[in-house]
Design a protein around this ligand. Structure first.
Ligand SMILES: [Zn+2]
Length: 127
């Protein structure tokens, strides 16, 4: 049996309607229904975060990151759900590398990066 009171508490914990620099990797559009979840970390001082959001046209996407921006954005079936395959102009994708993911290793070390810098979240297809 579904208890609506419990459901509402879970939603609040996930910070629904938070802001994310993530945009739809296919059309570049702003994502709605943004969910943010703290995943904790392997070590106490590193917090992993998961951002999920929905493009009305292209569905749900999410990305995981910690002190650095995410390296890729994944298409998913629902927030925090399993990955799905998307086909764009006849080509299939299971992930979309971000500008951060495409940057060379030495570039990453040279710059101090804000993990929420929108430029580092940009993907190839949408820009
Ligand atoms: Zn889209």
């Amino acid at each position: 049996m579904v208890n609506s009171r419990i459901e509402r508490q879970e939603v609040r914990r996930d910070n629904v309607r938070s802001h994310t620099p993530m945009r739809c990797p296919i059309c570049g559009g702003e994502l709605s229904n943004v969910h943010i979840r703290e995943l904790g970390g392997l070590t106490a001082d590193i917090m992993w975060l998961l951002h999920a959001g929905e493009c009305r046209e292209h569905g749900w996407f999410q990305a995981e990151f910690s002190a650095d921006p995410p390296r890729e954005i994944f298409p998913v079936k629902k927030p925090f759900g399993t990955a799905r395959r998307v086909v764009v102009v006849g080509r299939e994708y299971f992930e979309f590398p971000t500008a951060w993911g495409r940057a060379q290793l030495d570039q990453r070390h040279l710059q101090v990066t804000d993990p929420l810098d929108p430029r580092m979240w940009e993907t190839d297809l949408a820009n």
